[in-house]
Design a protein around this ligand. Structure first.
Ligand code: SF4
Length: 299
């Protein structure tokens, strides 16, 4: 019998890009909301960001069709609802549409995890508590682009929020029954750092996150973003950004802090990524956290 989708057709944001990472079927749906990142609209995009606007509004696959396609494809481990800006910004994605996308994803796919993205100022205990509470059996993760624990450097990138803002958001995420994920950025072309300095900075950021997670009483995941050229910043990544650098930094963080770390290899459709050649090895590491995969890169 043909499956009847429980999703009502409506004007949800379209899907600009749908990426399925095997073997764990970790799925990313890149939303194309009618409003681009409001921070970028007000203050200009953050220095490194090529993701504040994914294209003309109204373009892309219907959300309902994307979910139906994924449902037909079988089990899904994790669904990332990636948003230019903040999923939890009601002026960008209405509360009703936030709810519909999270609840419909849960109903149709029953993934292990649903991950949304937000700037700290849009994290609200009430909103997040409602979303986390209704998707029973599925973990709700909220990813925040801290980029670095070096507050001055982050402010210089135009991100506009302090460590205290971030810490407050992490506390609210925990209180709401959801889980924080932190993006750290490496290989930013303008930083002129040596590989040693960049390695030290990543480890210092991981140490800061471990301390914060301990104080708040939550588990913290790191999502490591490796800079790639994009229309907003077409410069080449810093010279030190090689597969060996990334593998070595991730191994140090896992060994020293025991934190879960996922390394992004996806170029968001803009072209080649420095990690393309080791993508399948990194995908295996991301799923298993087995350091032997990273050691293969270092051989
Ligand atoms: S990094 Fe986030 S807040 Fe900054 S411009 Fe990009 S989408 Fe907007």
């Amino acid at each position: 019998m043909k499956h009847r989708s429980r999703i009502a057709i409506g004007n949800l944001p379209r899907i600009a890009n749908l990426v399925v990472v095997q073997p764990q079927r970790n799925v990313s749906l890149v939303l194309n909301p009618s409003k681009s990142c409001r921070w970028a609209s007000k203050r200009g995009p953050c220095k490194f960001c090529g993701f504040w606007n994914v294209g003309p509004a109204g373009q892309g696959m219907l959300f309902e069709d994307a979910i139906e396609q994924l449902r037909a494809g079988g089990t899904t481990g994790q669904v990332n609802l990636l948003t230019p800006g903040s999923f939890l910004d009601a002026a960008q994605i209405s509360e009703r549409n936030q709810e519909r996308m999270v609840v419909d994803t849960w109903l149709e796919l029953k993934p292990r995890t649903i991950r949304i993205e937000s700037r700290p100022e849009h994290v609200s205990l009430e909103r997040l508590g409602w979303l986390a509470g209704i998707i029973e059996g599925t973990r709700l993760e909220v990813a925040i682009g801290l980029e670095t624990s070096d507050q001055e450097k982050r402010l210089g990138m135009g991100k506009g929020f302090t460590n205290a803002d971030f810490e407050n958001a992490v506390r609210l995420i925990k209180e709401a029954g959801a889980y924080p994920v932190t993006y750290l950025l490496t290989g930013f072309p303008e930083e002129n750092a040596t590989g040693e300095a960049a390695h030290r900075e990543l480890v210092a950021s991981a140490g800061y996150l471990e301390g914060l997670a301990g104080r708040v009483g939550t588990a913290m995941k790191i999502a490591l973003e490796c800079f790639f050229p994009n229309p907003n910043n077409p410069s080449e990544p810093a010279a030190y950004l090689t597969p060996a650098f990334v593998a070595d930094a991730a191994m140090t963080i896992v060994e020293r802090f025991g934190m879960r770390i996922e390394i992004a290899t996806w170029d968001e459709g803009y072209g080649n990524h420095r990690l393309d050649a080791v993508k399948s090895v990194i995908d295996e590491f991301n799923e298993t956290q087995d350091l032997s995969h990273l050691r293969r890169i270092l051989l």
